[in-house]
Design a protein around this ligand. Structure first.
Ligand SMILES: Cc1cc2nc3c(=O)[nH]c(=O)nc-3n(C[C@H](O)[C@H](O)[C@H](O)COP(=O)(O)OP(=O)(O)OC[C@H]3O[C@@H](n4cnc5c(N)ncnc54)[C@H](O)[C@@H]3O)c2cc1C
Length: 316
């Protein structure tokens, strides 16, 4: 399965394939099973539905790897508008937002932005954090491939000086992550732990899925045994069971940590955990830039690929 996963992750970066796939009359059903829509109204409807089931949400305005200043500014404006709308609809604090720093300027070349991408991304992230606080909710910084880890954590450190509620994301597949968990397991620190979604080289990351799972458990122990607020992002039934057992072992009451899953993946399990009293947050992506996100989801579940390809052909 690994070559197929690697191939799909490679395609997720291909501009040519992106143009081909996004202009083909892709079955709405396939994209919609992971992305509820392209407009604010679509995401508000989805989050309202989740709220009715007792679920929380973190919303991602889709986009990444922006090398255009105007596009980065448009992404910030989209988040600010969305946050106002969520507040007006009474959906905050139940709904927060997730932000990829490369969507708001981190990847901008120095000549495109005075002070470089780091400075622009930090200022843009501050604007989103301010809008989130005004709306009564929070921001989590998504984690991208390992080339951005240091810069993302540096932006996080700066942001937390003014917005200590800002969430971090750590990826269990990186060798460095146990160390990062220790550094971030302090009081009030919101940390999402996921396996990691990118195709990483073996000099920085575990490539055997069992090693990734073992690392995930070690990181869980650090976060659940620490003083912060762990956000356990996985659909893996075994890891969910282990996380629940570790939460009890460390004397964690429900609500001092949360589970997170992606929109459209294991919705029955999302509701089961919520009914059992757990806080469950669903990651809801929306917008027109769904291509990279969809390809990463297909890479995790290659058996969905045949369904996807059939739908491409049958809708022609
Ligand atoms: C809330 C949330 C936020 C995330 N944020 C980030 C981030 O910032 N950076 C990052 O790199 N990654 C992020 N990820 C993705 C994550 O790193 C994994 O790539 C993804 O969650 C799949 O890993 P898994 O833990 O679910 O385990 P897997 O081993 O992939 O899957 C375990 C089980 O879950 C089910 N499942 C998994 N995927 C699918 C699917 N596509 N369709 C149907 N069933 C499926 C299957 O039953 C499977 O056996 C996030 C994930 C979540 C849930």
């Amino acid at each position: 399965m690994r070559p197929l996963r690697e191939g799909l992750l490679l395609l997720s970066r291909s501009g040519t394939v992106k143009r081909l796939v996004t202009t083909l009359p892709v079955s709405k059903q396939v994209v919609r099973s992971y992305v509820p829509g392209e407009k604010d109204a679509d995401v508000v409807r989805a989050v309202t539905g989740l709220a009715a089931d007792g679920l929380h949400a973190t919303i991602d305005h889709l986009g990444e790897d922006t090398t255009d200043l105007e596009q980065a500014e448009a992404a910030v404006a989209a988040y600010v508008d969305l946050l106002k709308r969520l507040s007006a609809e009474g959906l905050t604090p139940r709904a927060e937002v997730s932000v990829k720093l490369t969507a708001i300027g981190l990847a901008l070349p120095d000549e495109a932005a005075a002070g470089g991408g780091f400075k622009i991304a930090l200022e843009n992230a501050r604007a989103i954090c301010r809008a989130a606080r005004n709306a009564g909710t929070t921001v989590t910084l998504d984690m991208e491939d390992h080339t951005w880890t240091d810069a993302t954590l540096a932006v996080l450190r700066e942001l937390r000086k003014d917005f200590p509620e800002t969430g971090a994301v750590l990826q269990a597949y990186l060798y460095r992550t146990e160390h990062d968990c220790r550094a971030l397991a302090y009081e009030g620190s919101r940390v999402r732990l996921c396996k990691g979604a990118y195709d990483e080289p073996e000099d920085v990351a575990y490539t055997d899925p069992e090693d990734v799972d073992r690392s995930y458990v070690r990181c869980l122990k650090i976060l659940l045994g620490g003083q912060g607020y762990p956000m356990i992002a996985t659909h893996d039934p075994r890891l969910i069971e282990i996380a629940s057992a570790l939460a009890s072992r460390y004397g964690r009451a429900q609500g001092t940590y949360e589970f997170q899953m992606l929109f459209g993946i294991r919705p029955v399990e999302q509701r089961r955990l919520a009914e059992a009293g757990e806080t469950v947050r669903v990651y809801v992506p929306y917008g027109t830039e769904w291509y990279g996100y969809l390809m990463r989801r297909l890479a995790e579940r290659p058996r969905n690929l045949s369904f996807f390809l059939t739908s491409l052909v049958s809708k022609k």
